[in-house]
Design a protein around this ligand. Structure first.
Ligand SMILES: [Zn+2]
Length: 706
């Protein structure tokens, strides 16, 4: 074998060099075109998130512009994670130090080192400054700090673990040796160089602020804002908190709203606003008018790069305040009504209520309600429910406070004016009288002789018979109402039958919700219209209904509404607590046109019948009437009806007084009920009198009234 010619040797050599060169070129080309694009993409990758700009919710105001509910600013202190993380993140420390130096200074290692030490010193100074200004002690601060760090690390670890699992998947190699060689070559050429450690993903939580102290005083917030150099990495966040300046006044009507819990679905939630939960009305006006009151928060769009530095921010939507509501409630009268009830629920001497000369002391009631309503329109000017509670429970209440309210057997959360269901007792005789007159069962002038009982001395009796063993004697409708003769109404009810009586109870609004603009109103109960097969049961049901016993149950509001109908000429009004003028604006989002407050004429109720009943109710407070001694006022004539509703053998009776004032020119209807409070005239009567005395002194009724 002689040497090949020089030219061939040259070609072989050239090929031997060219082959690796081609491989290298291929790799370069791939890196150039493929990898570069990928790296640039990663560098330019941004994340977008949305921050909340808080909006104020609408206020709730009284008829005379006192504030029941309003939003106030609440300041919270947040600290950036890197300024809390322990030990300090070296990458962040170097980056922060470098960014504070000029390009030439950065080359000086000593300077960089001392700048890093400065930042670490600033960090620990800031910690003590925050403890100082917020009053957090070292243990509390550390606990808070560690809690933040633990939760952030958990998120970061989870994200990075998922990423590691994705990278570890390797594609299987083909069977044939030449394909396998080609695949291995391709893999070697196209695999990105591994970077140990530095590839850890930074999560948003590591580059954002975390809550350190909630609801700090304005001075604390101001101190931090005024000296940013002392508080690096600290920011003050302003949000709104619902407050109730009149505390428990009308709390059952006003209600409360609190931030939605995580599991609650709300109409207004915005899934893009991660740090915002809408407030939810829990009861009262806050719940009924939730959409009108709810402010819509603004949204700020924040774009960050891969290092979580903010690239741009933009206000996408400005915040919109909620609408104010004007209640019909008169604060002074409401507070007086609440004070009267609060006194009744105590055993101590009474300040507002005069001492009565009655020999029999009345029992301490377990709860009470007062409603005062404009008779013609249904505007509720006072609606008191006792016992009450403070709305501060929802903001500042601790477990012991909640325990105390929840353990109260009288149920302070119950909005009694619309939710308690009580037998109306003799208040029902107003309806029985109307039914008996309109069905021509009786006439008002027809005399009737009460012997003290209906058929047998042991049942269906008058109170006078139980006490003194005699009857009322001869009486007409007016005296029957004034002296609350049971036998008169038993007799009338038996003649007209159950169905007529029930029908008239329905016409006066019993057994149905009044439609007041408050949530959770109850309808009470009206026994069924079907005639029981048993004749005795049928008779007992009819007679019981005639005097408001048996199974008929009413809310205090229903009785105020019934009295309003008697007072206003026979119109069944829709009670309401939000003034229709209080909601004037309408937008696309919220329809808050004034509510249609309707009233409906009671069918078949004549002016003559109403006049007879009104004469009877006026006589109740006159000499000889059941309410004369405890209700009559010299200043203004009151008309009404006492009610003492039996509740069974062991418990005290419910005490009622309901009516309207002034008797001759009615403006307001009202109701007072004391649960298990004893006699209607002796327990509820004096409360009604003091209520009307206050209305007179406030010039709501009387000669000077508008
Ligand atoms: Zn009688």
């Amino acid at each position: 074998m002689i040497d090949p010619p020089a030219s061939l040797r040259f070609r072989l050599l050239a090929a031997a060099f060219a082959l690796p060169a081609v491989v290298v070129l291929l790799r370069i080309a791939w890196v150039q075109y493929e990898l570069q694009g990928r790296y640039l993409e990663v560098l330019q990758e941004t994340t977008t998130e949305y921050e909340t700009i808080s909006a104020r919710d609408g206020r709730i105001l009284s008829a005379t512009s006192e504030v029941f509910a309003t939003d106030v600013d609440q300041y919270s202190i947040e600290v950036h994670y890197r300024w809390l993380q322990e030990p300090v993140d070296e990458t962040w420390l170097r980056r922060t130090a470098r960014s504070s130096l000029s390009r030439s200074e950065r080359r000086d290692d000593g300077l960089l080192e001392s700048r890093q030490q400065d930042i670490e010193r600033q960090r620990s100074d800031m910690w003590s400054a925050v403890m100082n200004v917020t009053g957090l002690n070292e243990a509390a601060f550390s606990e808070r700090r560690e809690k933040i760090q633990t939760s952030v690390e958990r998120v970061a670890d989870a994200v990075n673990r998922r990423r590691g699992q994705k990278a570890a998947t390797v594609q299987p190699l083909p069977q044939q040796w030449y394909f396998r060689f080609a695949a291995q070559l391709r893999q070697a050429l196209t695999t990105s160089p591994a970077r140990s450690g530095v590839g850890r993903i930074v999560v948003r939580e590591e580059e954002s602020y975390h809550m350190m102290a909630r609801n700090v005083p304005l001075e604390v917030a101001a101190a931090i804002i005024e000296s940013p150099a002392r508080y690096p990495g600290v920011r003050v966040v302003t949000s709104n908190q619902r407050t109730y300046p009149l505390d428990s006044t009308a709390i059952h009507i006003v209600g409360t709203r609190t931030p939605a819990a995580d599991h609650e679905e709300t109409a207004e939630s915005d899934e893009r606003l991660i740090d915002w939960r809408p407030a939810v009305g829990r009861f009262g006006v806050e719940r009924e008018y939730e959409l009108q009151l709810q402010g819509v928060p603004g949204r700020r769009r924040v774009v960050r790069n891969r290092r979580m530095e903010i690239v741009s921010t933009e206000i996408e939507r400005a915040p919109v305040s909620g609408r104010d509501l004007l209640l019909t409630i008169n604060v002074r009268l409401q507070q007086h009504a609440e004070a009267l009830l609060a006194e009744c629920l105590l055993e101590t001497p009474r300040r507002f209520l005069p001492a009565t000369d009655e020999s029999q002391p009345q029992p301490v009631p377990t709860g009470g309600s007062i409603v005062v309503m404009e008779a013609a329109s249904g505007r509720v000017v006072a609606a008191a429910s006792a016992p009450a509670f403070s709305p501060r429970l929802y903001t500042d209440g601790d477990a012991a406070d909640w325990q105390a309210v929840n353990a109260d057997p009288r149920f302070p959360f119950l909005s009694r004016t619309i939710q308690t269901r009580l037998p109306p007792g003799s208040l029902m005789k107003v309806i029985t009288a109307a039914a008996a007159l309109e069905t021509r069962t009786i006439t008002a002038d027809e005399p009737f002789v009460c012997q003290g009982y209906l058929d047998r001395p042991d049942q269906h009796r008058c109170l006078i018979y139980r006490l003194y063993g005699r009857g009322h004697g001869t009486l007409r409708l007016q005296q029957a109402l004034a002296q609350s003769c049971n036998v008169y109404f038993f007799s009338a009810a038996r003649k007209m039958g159950f169905r007529s009586l029930r029908d008239w109870a329905t016409r006066f609004g019993l057994g149905q919700r009044s439609g007041i603009d408050l949530p959770f109103e109850r309808a009470g109960n009206l026994p069924g219209s079907g005639r029981p097969s048993d004749a005795d049961r049928y008779q007992n049901e009819t007679l019981g209904l005639a005097i408001g016993q048996s199974r008929v149950l009413v809310t205090p509001l229903q009785m105020a509404r019934m009295m309003a109908a008697v007072a206003n000429g026979g119109w069944l009004v829709t009670p309401h607590v939000v003034s229709p003028d209080g909601m004037a604006r309408t937008t696309d989002e919220v329809d808050d046109r004034p509510r249609q407050v309707t009233r409906q004429k009671i069918a078949g109720l004549s002016a003559e019948t109403l006049a007879e009943i009104r004469d009877g109710l006026a006589a109740v407070v006159q000499p000889g009437g059941s309410g004369h001694r405890t209700v009559q006022l010299p200043q203004v004539a009151i008309a009404g009806k006492t009610g003492t509703a039996q509740t069974g053998a062991t418990e005290h009776d419910h005490a009622w007084f309901a009516g309207y004032v002034p008797a001759d020119n009615p403006q307001y209807s009202f109701v007072v009920v004391l649960e298990h409070g004893g006699s209607g005239s002796r327990a509820a009567g004096p409360v009604a009198r003091e209520l009307v005395r206050k209305m007179w002194s406030m010039r709501l009724v009387g000669e000077d009234a508008p």
